[in-house]
Design a protein around this ligand. Structure first.
Ligand code: ASP
Length: 443
């Protein structure tokens, strides 16, 4: 087994603890759903689990902007050549779009083959309250990348604006040459410091993951899945096909790295994405996994990871493809080839401008549906199961980000294969109280 599960201290590794927490979360969640007690629902599920889960997600979000800023400044100045930066940017954009196109293309073909939704009975579905999203103009989306006020962009976590501003700042630092050295060093120090904070937050992951998952399963209810089973099965199948088929194949073909080792090293990040349903909140963990576990150079990762979390959503595109075919079948509408090509284009576009936050994929689905003339009320049919589907697709989204980041880094000769091959590389030192003796106050 490539992952070191038990360390010499005899303690379980953090990855194993997180996985146990996920399993326990599912069991406790389903149990609480079955028990159906008002007290448990209010105080334990919504109350206690809600509190722990929110604290954990907040702690992750708290890391995102400082991490992106300091790692990107360090990355840009570390790369040191504006042409290389431009090349990494161009290649990653093209590959992100390509993987999303593959994802949705495959999802539509698979859904057409399986044909979920035919003969679905709409009776009893409450479609009130479904509102549509406006299709964003491509031009407006690109224009909005430039912030008017960087402080506001940082405060509201507008990732594309944060990336844009930070890259420009990094380039300016490069242009200043030696004068800017203290600033570059300070940013390097801050980057390390923020990564230490990431390590501290990760130690609490088992509790956070448990609370988030138990709450979701307790609130979701298995009953919601039965009427839309065909949709769920097709979607999950498509997501897994993309994860273990397309992405693994691309990684192998374009970087030569072993997809099995890669997936093992991505497992904690995938679980974080699964429990938070947010690519954005998972940025610190994805970044940590690709740099410290997989061996990607920090310069490349500092740009590609947050960029991918914002513009690359393979799992979301897959959901939109399957949902469109499903709803077309439910309403007995034949979209034809043009319709499906429109869906592919719209879904790619939708993934660029929308942030990686929970549930946004479903909102953007209404936009896709409007474009091809399907009633947006159809969203109500799949609303009940969307949280769980969101969790799975977010895990696929961040894996796509990491695959592209690794491929780009490999093409630039910036993957440390020694780290990749070392099962112990980047394993979290769990004991946060283990502070170097010289740093401790004298007795
Ligand atoms: N939750 C997804 C993400 O953060 C987006 C979505 O599909 O709703 O990547």
């Amino acid at each position: 087994m490539a992952d070191a599960h038990v360390h010499d201290t005899g303690k379980l590794s953090l990855t194993v603890k997180i996985m146990i927490a996920m399993g326990l979360g599912i069991v406790v969640g389903v149990l609480f759903d079955v028990i159906d007690s008002e007290f448990i629902d209010t105080n334990i599920v919504a109350g206690f689990f809600g509190m722990i889960g929110t604290m954990f997600v907040n702690a992750l979000k708290m890391l995102v902007v400082p991490l992106v800023f300091f790692s990107l400044i360090t990355g840009v100045t570390g790369i040191g050549d504006i042409r290389v930066l431009g090349r990494v940017g161009g290649k990653s954009f093209a590959l992100y779009m390509f993987t999303t196109a593959c994802a949705i293309g495959m999802a539509i073909v698979l859904a057409l083959l399986i044909g979920p939704g035919a003969g679905f009975d709409m009776e009893g579905i409450n479609t009130s309250g479904v509102t549509g999203a406006e299709a964003p103009s491509v031009w407006a989306t690109f224009a909005a990348i430039v912030p008017t006020n960087p402080i506001q962009a940082f405060a509201s976590g507008e990732m594309l604006q944060v990336i844009f501003y930070t890259v420009i700042l990094g380039v300016a630092v490069l242009m200043m040459g030696d004068t800017a050295k203290p600033f570059t060093e300070a940013c390097g120090f801050m980057n390390e410091l923020v990564m230490k904070v990431v390590g501290i937050v990760m130690v609490f992951a088992p509790y956070g993951v448990f609370a988030l998952i138990a709450k979701t399963f307790a609130e979701q209810g298995i009953g919601l899945f039965i009427p839309v089973m065909a949709y769920v099965v097709t979607l999950v199948l498509a997501l897994f096909l993309h994860l273990f088929g397309t992405l693994s194949l691309l990684l192998k073909l374009l970087s030569g790295l072993n997809p099995i080792t890669f997936m093992q090293k991505m497992r904690p990040a995938q679980i974080f994405a699964f429990s938070t349903a947010s690519s954005n909140a998972t940025i610190p963990v994805t970044y940590r996994s690709v740099t410290e576990r997989i061996g990607v150079d920090k310069g490349v990762a500092s740009f590609c990871v947050p960029f991918g979390a914002t513009i690359n959503m393979d799992g979301t595109a897959i959901m939109q493809g399957v949902a469109t075919v499903f709803l077309a079948n439910v309403y007995g509408i034949d979209l034809g080839l043009t319709g499906y090509i429109t869906v592919i284009g719209m879904a790619i576009l939708a993934s660029i401008g929308t942030a990686g936050v929970p549930g946004v994929g479903l909102v953007m689905l209404t936009m896709v549906l409007t474009q091809v003339g399907l009633p947006i009320e159809g969203v109500a049919i799949i609303l009940g199961v969307d949280r769980l589907m969101d969790m799975i697709r977010t895990a696929v989204n961040i894996t796509g980000d990491a695959v592209v980041t690794t491929i780009i880094a490999k093409s630039e000769g910036k993957v440390d294969v020694g780290v990749f091959d070392d099962p112990e590389a980047g394993v979290i030192a769990e004991d946060v109280t283990d502070i170097p003796a010289h740093a401790q106050p004298a007795e």
